[in-house]
Design a protein around this ligand. Structure first.
Ligand SMILES: NC(=O)C1=CN([C@@H]2O[C@H](COP(=O)(O)OP(=O)(O)OC[C@H]3O[C@@H](n4cnc5c(N)ncnc54)[C@H](O)[C@@H]3O)[C@@H](O)[C@H]2O)C=CC1
Ligand SMILES: O=C(CO)COP(=O)(O)O
Length: 341
């Protein structure tokens, strides 16, 4: 293990807590910043964050705080686990407390509405730094809390910083791989949330395993087609942060996006589904953003369009499914096949 260093985690939700606790268990001094003073009190007294991670013991090295300056000042790595809607506003507040040697890692799987920026791009912009990475992969926080064997990816152009994060977070149940494709890793994490909602819908309707497999595989094709249009490398989607995360979120009721889809499939409105969840389901915003971008770029994304029609235009799920099945015949993996092959 590396020598003990100071780490900051911004965000008091489930994933922020999981990452903070792994680093704390590895012997590092972890300051977890959260806006809720009662949650800080609760952790100090009980070593639990009951709302987001029930019955998960938090290591003594984890110091919860509502003081951003205390958390960020001189932290070697600052992980940002704040939902995309509030991401920019929180990151902009840490500017007075940072220094040139710090490394900033986004764990947030979303896209900014107004700008189509990914979260690490927001960090770059707000903090005027190139010292940025992304942590993404098939990482259901509640499974990490149970110490289920899990793998993730740290992506950054800076190989040394990737190695640093690998050392800080790796243990016998959490394994961190490295990638230099920051954009591909981050884009995959954001896009898969849309398809998790669709898989939840399909599950609620009692559709079979053939259907689930078709959905997951065609989701990957659609994500890849979109990525190619954006200039991203679709091969990165074959890794943990693409296929890996797509599989876990499209198959597990622990995924909030999947749960929202399930609730809608059982007849709830979008508002009811989100209210019941009480946590962030990034895919709902991402759907709108990607739908608009696909229209603008002229990318064929039938699953995104179908979900958009169901959630925002009152279409019936069975009508959308029928149209998808009866659409013009297409080629499999066409995004990877050159003309004439
Ligand atoms: N939960 C999971 O299994 C995983 C989540 N992620 C990603 O991590 C990001 C954060 O997710 P979770 O921690 O799971 O979310 P969560 O819904 O469990 O918690 C969100 C946290 O952010 C805080 N927050 C919201 N707005 C804030 C603001 N303006 N200022 C300060 N704090 C604010 C909330 O108080 C809460 O503590 C999401 O984008 C998600 O995609 C990534 C991997 C796994
Ligand atoms: O990204 C996740 C697992 O890798 C968590 O997914 P949800 O946000 O749908 O819960």
């Amino acid at each position: 293990m590396t020598e003990s260093v100071k780490i900051a985690v911004l965000g008091g939700g489930s994933f922020g807590t999981a990452i903070a606790n792994i680093a704390a268990e590895n012997g590092h001094q972890v300051f977890q910043w959260m806006r809720n003073a009662e949650a800080v009190e609760e952790i100090l007294i009980t070593r639990q964050n009951q709302r987001y991670m029930p019955d998960y013991h938090l290591n003594e090295n984890l110091v919860p705080t509502t003081d951003l300056e205390q958390a960020v000042t001189d932290a070697v790595v600052v992980f940002v686990a704040i939902p995309s809607k509030s991401f920019r506003s929180v990151v902009s507040q840490i500017k007075p407390f940072i220094n040139d040697s710090q490394f900033f890692v986004s764990t947030t799987k979303g896209i900014e509405v107004e700008s189509f920026k990914l979260m690490s791009q927001i960090i770059q912009e707000e903090l005027d730094t190139e010292q940025v990475g992304v942590l993404s992969g098939p990482n259901l926080a509640k499974e990490i809390a149970k110490r289920h064997l899990t793998a993730s990816v740290i992506a950054s152009a800076d190989e040394d910083k990737c190695q640093l994060v690998q050392q800080l977070l790796s243990n016998d149940y959490f394994r961190v791989y490295a990638s230099n494709d920051n954009y591909g890793v981050e884009l995959g994490g954001a896009l898969k949330n849309i398809y998790a909602i669709i898989s939840g819908l399909a599950a609620a309707m009692g559709l079979g395993e053939n259907t689930k497999s078709m959905l997951i595989t065609r989701s990957l094709a659609e994500m890849s087609r979109f990525a190619v249009q954006l200039g991203a490398n679709p091969m990165t989607f074959l890794g943990l942060s693409g296929v890996g995360d797509l599989i876990v979120t499209c198959m597990s009721p622990l995924s909030r996006n999947y749960r929202v889809g399930c609730a809608i499939g059982k007849g709830k409105t979008l508002e009811q589904a989100v209210d019941e969840l009480g946590e962030v389901a990034e895919g709902i915003n991402t759907l709108k953003i990607v739908y608009d971008k696909a229209e603008e770029l002229g990318v064929y994304m039938p699953l995104v369009s179908g979900l958009y029609q169901v959630l925002y235009e009152g279409a019936q799920i069975k009508d959308v499914a029928r149209n998808l099945m009866l659409g013009a015949h297409k080629q499999d993996v066409e995004f990877a096949i050159k003309d004439g092959e």
